[in-house]
Design a protein around this ligand. Structure first.
Ligand code: ATP
Length: 361
């Protein structure tokens, strides 16, 4: 298993910069998720790690060895695609053993490896089946089996669950994670789905427009987003951004929202912009009897263990996660309050977080 390090990696396609000057370290045995919207450069980054794309500048290191100029076949890395091309004319056993046969491995060893992998993935009973007769989840397992059987130094996975329906996806997420816990292979996993990223990743790197905006544990990314983009991309429902009435001075201990004063931790820096935002997670907001931002209930979504309220106010529409026992009806007038110490202030010009977050989850 290897450590993967990207040093100032950049990829240009003509004038277009698909990946901008990115740095990243994936530790040995880590399950590392690259998360971001479509077109942000995730696949290009993965393809550069695999050796399928040559970086315009920067270095790719595997265990301190510079592999930037090595071909894909020289890197000992397995790439699992979303649209995995299984060989339709071969059965499961032959599909899984294919890379070993290409390596001209001894047939007794091939047999042993295929047995081991199919046991691990619980597809022993399918070994003689034709892959074209398999359901989506089983095909995915075969694709994984074919990747694992080589015992590569690392796995790269590009939205491998993308084509599966929700139920299967959730199952496969858990299976993949369990598999990783057993084989502890360094894995870089690309997805645009933040729930998938949060449930699977030891670490997550959030990308947008070719840049890695932040990387850290799911908890760090959730509770200490360093930019408005990261705050809004992670979490469902998304973080609320409430406009603050004025600029924040260095040393400020309170803010005004719609004329109401809220205490905040003392700020060590001020904002450049006049218009700024405080980001509050829906579960850190509550309905209040007398104080807070006035609003009208727009919708109430009952989610079994909790209620998510959408509330329209003079300063925007917000989501509030409340206990399932709180019953409110659309058009009802309410007041929203929140613990401003659990908020993060974002500069309206740079969208960067001013303070380190105080939230805990
Ligand atoms: P998706 O989830 O949609 O695949 P992504 O985050 O993986 O998105 P990339 O596939 O890495 O994004 O693409 C990043 C940007 O680079 C996109 O705007 C894409 O159109 C562009 N791009 C990728 N490959 C090429 C190429 N070979 N030539 C020109 N532009 C490319």
């Amino acid at each position: 298993m290897v450590e993967i390090v990207l040093q100032n990696i950049q990829k240009n396609f003509g004038d277009f910069i698909a990946v901008k000057n990115s740095n990243l370290k994936v530790k040995t045995g880590e399950f590392f998720v690259m998360l971001g919207p479509s077109g942000c450069g995730k696949t290009t980054t993965l393809r550069m790690i695999a050796g399928l794309e040559i970086p315009t500048s920067g270095n790719i290191m595997l265990d301190n060895n510079n592999v930037t100029s090595l071909r894909a076949s020289q890197r000992d890395i397995a790439f699992v695609f979303q649209l995995f091309a299984l060989y339709p004319h071969l059965n499961v056993e032959k599909n899984i053993s294919f890379p070993l046969r290409m390596q001209k491995m001894k047939s007794s060893e091939i047999k042993e490896r295929v047995r081991e992998v199919s046991q691990l993935l619980r597809i022993e009973h399918l070994l003689k089946s034709n892959v074209s007769t398999l359901a989506g989840g089983d095909r995915q397992r075969v694709a994984l089996g074919r990747a694992i059987v080589r015992r590569p130094a690392a796995f790269l996975m590009d939205e491998p669950l993308g084509t599966l329906d929700t139920e299967f996806r959730e199952k496969m997420c858990l299976e993949l994670r369990k598999l990783h816990n057993r084989i502890q292979a360094t894995t870089v996993y690309v997805t645009h789905d933040q729930t998938e990223a949060m449930t699977m990743g030891d670490k997550i790197a959030v990308m947008n427009q070719g840049k890695i905006l932040q990387n850290g544990t799911p908890n760090e990314i959730y509770s200490k987003p360093r930019s408005k983009f990261v705050g809004s991309f992670i979490g469902s429902p998304s973080m609320n951004f409430i406009p603050i009435d004025s600029a924040i001075e260095k040393g400020a201990t309170s803010i005004f929202i719609d004329g109401n004063e809220f205490n905040i931790p003392e700020q060590h820096e001020g904002t450049i912009a006049d218009k700024n935002f405080i980001g509050i997670r829906p579960e850190k907001m509550t309905l209040s009897e007398n104080q807070g931002i006035s609003g009208e209930v727009y919708a109430s979504e009952y989610l079994g263990t909790r209620n998510v309220l959408t509330i329209n106010t003079e300063v925007g529409q917000f989501k509030v996660r409340v206990s399932k026992d709180i019953k409110v009806s659309p058009l009802e007038n309410v007041k929203i309050s929140f613990d401003s110490h659990s908020g993060i202030i974002f500069d309206g010009t740079s969208d960067k977080a001013l303070q380190s977050a105080y939230m805990t989850i």
